[in-house]
Write a protein that binds this ligand. Structure first.
Ligand code: 5AD
Ligand code: SF4
Length: 481
């Protein structure tokens, strides 16, 4: 679909079009010429490697970058020693930034050995004001730096990078633009993420995302449905709708549409067998959504519902917009309406001012909700966020001790929760040959748990019935029936 662009029909001697996506298509064609010349000079194809950190949004963005590079004539290479190494960064926690700077040192050494090598950095980290300065000052060997708002201009930026010997930097503070219909290269042929909105308006007090991803913007439902119809025609059976807070989808459109309504429209598309979504904010989760999920078998039995903390006092400081009690009531309502649902969550320990008593409320929620898994994080101070200047930052050793208590509780309970389905039959989308044992296949159940079972690799991409014979903690061993 978007990959069917006739690059030969583009007149490269003309001035670049003003309109998007035509302008980027023009630069794909221009860069293709440069890449051809480089390949001829090197006597081999030019290769690329994209290293992706962070969330599903970044994973999807990387597929878009890969689509553009492939169309330019770059070929994928499994390793950082490629001719173009792209780092798609995350900045939710401070240690992610440290890791990237560490990696850049390694890339510098690789670049010294390969005269064709170029290094590009993009993603949330580059949107932080001090990062571009640090890169200019101490990492002058990086060739291209761009942000999250102008990612659709990647083709043009690659072209400029290949023309220039100096670092090309383009970072926007924000945008209202959503550019559709640029190429993508999916990691899996049978499943795909689909952005339904960008940015976040919630300003949770610890979180840097609203500053680096900008204000919330929803895509038009028609553009989303067209994209998914195209994916279905291309063999995709499972889509994951992506947004920082999908429950507020569509509220700012000229003709508002609820997320639940969008979800049922997606589930009606022929060929789409499963629909997932990520992430739900508890404060905006509607009864309409619960009813829509309960009444459609195509909507997966999994809800990621970040709680962050179980203490009402801390939740208020976090600006989350719900209390311990209202969260628990919501989780109970969802479980009543959809008994076979699996709930997962995100939890932060050590938010400023968190006392032992606050922390016990978090453990309490974990025990009551019985998540089938939870991402647990130690609070990381992000400068520019309100929480960074709050008093009573919790000492590191206290955070570490609470973190390990939380992890033990989460893991104990998650094991029990996952075992709930032992002996039942589940539908698994076969994703790959098991990485440890090639006689087994690995499939994903509707509730997001993995199951490993003997089978023919020809089944990859198919949905099969599997008896969930034995629960091994967080996954199942099974057999096809
Ligand atoms: N410190 C620790 N964890 C954080 N998250 C977001 N910001 C921070 C931070 N400053 C976690 C939240 C969010 C997940 C994606 O990352 O739990 O849901
Ligand atoms: Fe960050 Fe809160 Fe927005 Fe999630 S909802 S991205 S935690 S500000």
């Amino acid at each position: 679909m978007y990959n069917h662009i006739d690059l030969d029909a583009i007149h490269l001697e003309e001035t670049p079009p003003e309109q998007e996506p035509d302008r980027q298509r023009y630069f794909i064609a221009k860069a293709r010429k440069q890449v051809r010349a480089l390949s001829e000079s090197a006597g081999r194809p030019m290769t690329f490697h994209i290293e992706t950190y962070g969330c599903q949004m970044n994973a999807r963005d990387s597929e878009k970058l890969a689509g553009i590079l492939t169309m330019m004539g770059y070929v994928p290479h499994d390793g950082e020693d490629a001719d173009l190494a792209v780092y798609n960064t995350c900045t939710v926690r401070e240690n992610a930034n440290r890791k990237v700077y560490g990696h850049l040192g390694k890339l510098k050494r690789l670049k010294e050995k390969n005269p064709y090598m170029r290094i590009a950095l993009c993603g949330c980290m580059t949107q932080e004001p001090h990062v571009a300065d640090t890169l200019k000052k101490s990492y002058g060997f990086v060739d291209l730096v761009f942000g999250t708002h102008n990612i659709f201009r990647f083709a043009e930026l690659v072209f400029r990078m290949l023309e220039s010997d100096a670092m090309v930097t383009e970072i926007w503070e924000g945008t209202k633009q959503i550019v559709e219909n640029l190429p993508t290269q999916r990691k899996y042929p049978f499943k795909s993420g689909v952005n339904i909105m960008f940015g976040c308006n919630n300003f949770c007090s610890y979180c840097i995302v609203p500053y680096v991803r900008g204000r919330e913007r929803s895509r038009e439902p028609q553009a989303i449905l067209d994209e998914i119809r195209g994916l279905a025609e291309d063999g995709v059976v499972e889509v994951m709708l992506l947004g920082q807070n999908v429950n507020s989808y569509g509220k700012t459109l000229a003709q508002p549409v609820s997320f639940a309504r969008l979800l049922s429209k997606v589930a009606e598309i022929p060929g789409i067998r499963r629909v997932r979504f990520m992430t739900s904010h508890p404060k905006d989760l509607s009864d309409e959504l619960i009813e829509t999920m309960a009444s459609s078998k195509k909507i997966c039995r999994h809800l990621h519902l970040p709680v962050q903390s179980g203490s009402t006092r801390i939740l208020k400081e976090m600006n989350r917009g719900y209390t311990k009690e209202s969260y628990l009531a919501l989780a109970a309502k969802i479980k009543r309406a959809i008994p076979d649902i699996a709930l997962t969550t995100d939890i932060i320990v050590g938010f400023p001012g968190e006392t032992d008593e606050d922390f016990l409320h978090t453990l309490d929620v974990v025990e009551e909700v019985r998540y089938s898994s939870a991402f647990t994080f130690q609070y990381s101070k992000r400068s520019g966020t309100p929480a960074a200047v709050m008093e009573d930052q919790v000492p590191e050793d206290v955070v570490r001790e609470r973190f390990s208590r939380l992890l033990n509780t989460v893991q104990d309970l998650a094991k029990k929760e996952c075992a709930r389905w032992e002996g039942t039959i589940g539908q698994a989308l076969v994703e790959q040959v098991n990485v440890q044992d090639s006689s087994l296949l690995t499939g994903r159940l509707s509730n997001n748990l993995l199951v490993h079972f003997p089978g023919d690799p020809a089944l990859i991409g198919k949905i099969v019935d599997v008896r969930l014979a034995a629960c091994k903690g967080f996954y199942y061993m099974g057999e096809m029936i």
